[in-house]
Design a protein around this ligand. Sequence first.
Ligand code: PEP
Length: 253
Amino acid sequence: MTRTIRPLVAGNWKMNGLKADLAIATEVAKGYDTGMKAAVDLAICPPATLLYLASAALLGSRIATGGQDCSTQDSGAFTGETSAVMLADTGATFAIVGHSERRTLHGETSATVKDKAQAAQKALLVPIVCVGETRDEREAGKAVAIVKKQLRGSIPDGSTAATLVVAYEPVWAIGTGLTPTAADVAEMHEAIRNELGRLLGKVTAAGVRLLYGGSVKPSNAAELMNVANVDGALVGGASLKAEDFLGIARACA
Ligand code: PEP
C-alpha cells in the first residue's frame, strides 16, 4: 500500500516505568535506523514522572515524547494535575487525551476530552484523541455511531492535520489480545475520516493521522497497519519491550 500520510507509532507506557526503564527508550532509539526514520515517526509516552528524563534521553534521536493525559487548565489550584504547558516544558510534543481508561476510570466525558485537547493545542502539543466502543456497543451494532459521537464531542474546532492525531481504540481490544478484523478496522477508519471531513473539512481530514490501538503486536502489526486509512498505531503493552515496539514500527514502515 502506498502511504500518503507519514505514519506515527506511539507507545503508551501507562502507569509503568521507573528511571531504570528509560533503557527501553534508549534501546528503541538505537534500533530506529535510517530506513525507519525515512518512513515512520515514533513517540514514547512514559508516565509524567519520567517525561523530562525521557525527553532528555531521546534528544537528537528524532523520537518524540508525550504525556498520557493533561489538565484542562494551564496552572493553579488543581492538586495532582499536570498541565499541557508543563508537559511541553519537559520537551514533550504529544499528549494522549481521552484514553478509554481515563474515560472509564475517571469518568471523563467527551466535553472534558475536548477541553484537554484544546489545552494541549494551546501549549503547542499535538493531542492524540482516543475514541472507541465497548464490546456491548459493538455487539449491538452501534460501534460506528458511538465513535462518531465521541469524535463530534472530543475534537477541537479548527484542528488541522498538523495539530491533531486520532486513535481508534476499541475498548474491548485494549490489553486483551483481541483485535477487530481488518474489515472492521477499515470500516471504522473510513467512518472516522468521513466524520472528520464533516467537522474540519475534507482537505484537513484527509491529512489527519488515524492510529489504530488495541493489542497491536509485531505479529499482527503488518496486517493492521496495511488497512486503508490506518496511519500508525497507539501501542500499550508491546511498547514496554524495545524489540516489540520496533517490530511494530518496522511493520508500519
Ligand atoms: C492502549 O492502552 O492504548 C493500548 C493500545 O494498549 P494495548 O496495546 O496493551 O492493548
